[in-house]
Design a protein around this ligand. Sequence first.
Ligand SMILES: [Ca+2]
Ligand SMILES: [Ca+2]
Ligand SMILES: [Ca+2]
Ligand SMILES: [Ca+2]
Length: 579
Amino acid sequence: MSLPTAAAETALGRYPDGNPNTRLRPLVAPTPGAENAPEAIPDVVINEIFFHAPMTQAGAGDWIELHNRSGGSVSLAGWSFTDGIDFTFGPATTIPAGGYLVVAEDRVELLTNHPSLPGTLVEGEFSGALANGGDRITLSRPDPAAGGNLIEVDTLDYRDQTAYSTLADGRGSSLERRDPGAPSHHESNWADSDESRKAEWTTVEVTGTLAHGNTTAEANPPADVQFFLLGEGEVLVDAVEVIPDGGSNLVTNGGFESGTSGWDFDGSHRDSRVEPGDAFADSNALRLVANRRGDPLANRVRAKLAANIPTGTVATLRARVRWLKGHPEFDLRLKGGWLEGAQTLMVPTDIGTPGASNSRAEASVPPDLSGVVHRPVLPIANLPVRVFAAVADPDGIAGVTLNYRVDPATSFTSVPMHDDGLGGDQLAGDGVFTGRLPAQGESVLVGFYVEAEDGNGAISTFPPDAAANGSECLVRFGEPPQPGPFGTYRFWISEATLADWIATPFLANDPFPATLIYGDQRVLYDGGAYYAGARDFNDSPLGKLTGYDLIMPPGKKVLGTDKLTIDLPSAMSPTSASS
Ligand SMILES: [Ca+2]
Ligand SMILES: [Ca+2]
Ligand SMILES: [Ca+2]
Ligand SMILES: [Ca+2]
């Protein structure tokens, strides 16, 4: 255990009392023999970090924004970073009440990228760098009462990917604190900066002779226009044109003014939709949503052309595209690859909000929900299952609820979760709430999510997008552990997911929602699964024996990887038998 160096007059403790998930931190007041006081939030907090520049800005310097959330000016004379980077503030440095200060690895570059950021708000340059894969940043100050020894003010242990942030990891966002008054160590208090209003429309265009395409009958002559993103992200698309030399546009609804008419959204691009407003022309544009990398086979957007274009002739493909978030490489092509252009879209250089209020700032964030787990991981049929969740909020907890359904029913039953040390709750008042799923018979699947409400009525859930997307944790009753020395990998999916899976083309690489189980102790909710490899012999998860890729939820790894392939021994593999 490592203890933070604290001021002589400060109490160290866990809040809530005895919570096993938290390290010892400064508390508001010492409370010997009584329930711990809430943890103290410092006046000056780490408020925003830029730790991994996107590919369009490769090598750009990192920066850290500090915020003084108090009502008085604070002197930073002699303050230093003691973890993450090396920098000590000069004797004249102050942050006014409610003000900001940015510490840069490269001052000139930061000020060039952010023309409205006053130079007086930028300190630096620091040495060292914030690791792309996650790091600890500690801001410390000299303590006069302890002879000038440095004591911790605020610490942030950031991870490159969490359930609440994936874009700050080199995909065009900074990592912003939502509520300066909520603790740094609440993972849900940190989110990707919103950059969706900053980029301009980019014209993606290619002109050339239709040549070197796929000469099989289905792609010759080319009859479809297709496009996709080369990684996870979102863009707006409008005014799609395919114009043969001397002819007119062959894309009937290229401006999306007739909604999705004529367009298909496949595989990892299937959540794309037409939206009004923010159009390049007229009223509508397509919001292209790529959940994973696209490809020309089954993960793409496509439309039939009004007429075929003879190969060997000259044509122009054109689309207007505006980057919103994530991966910036856009591919526009004709079916069969007869004409194709890939382009990196314009991504804003003024990423984040250095020196200013955060784009994701909120007066009060809902409770932080962590450590959600059910026990036993492999439940015995006809016995209940306990569900645990660590819940914390500086505004207090008004209630925690376990919502469950018995698959395939879609209506949820709500039961309260308790932190009273009774009915299977191990310790009263430790912030770990306990609820109970009623006993179910052999092979019955239960879906659940946890909901927590703070003293202000703000509500959070786990999984985080349970309300928005219906994400849920899954538990299957009556699955015995496998004896023996080999690792066991399971995934559980709902009946609705199974039906969706059976109806989806076999090459799609959009993972289906699944709960993953490694051995009989480790459970990863909100993960995904799909067929391993591009094999045309797959029929359904209930059909022929086949391999699967298991996709871990953001920020989680099993055996050091975020994607596990479970496959058949090669002697059994239909792939090797047929190739
Ligand atoms: Ca339009
Ligand atoms: Ca900011
Ligand atoms: Ca709150
Ligand atoms: Ca408890």
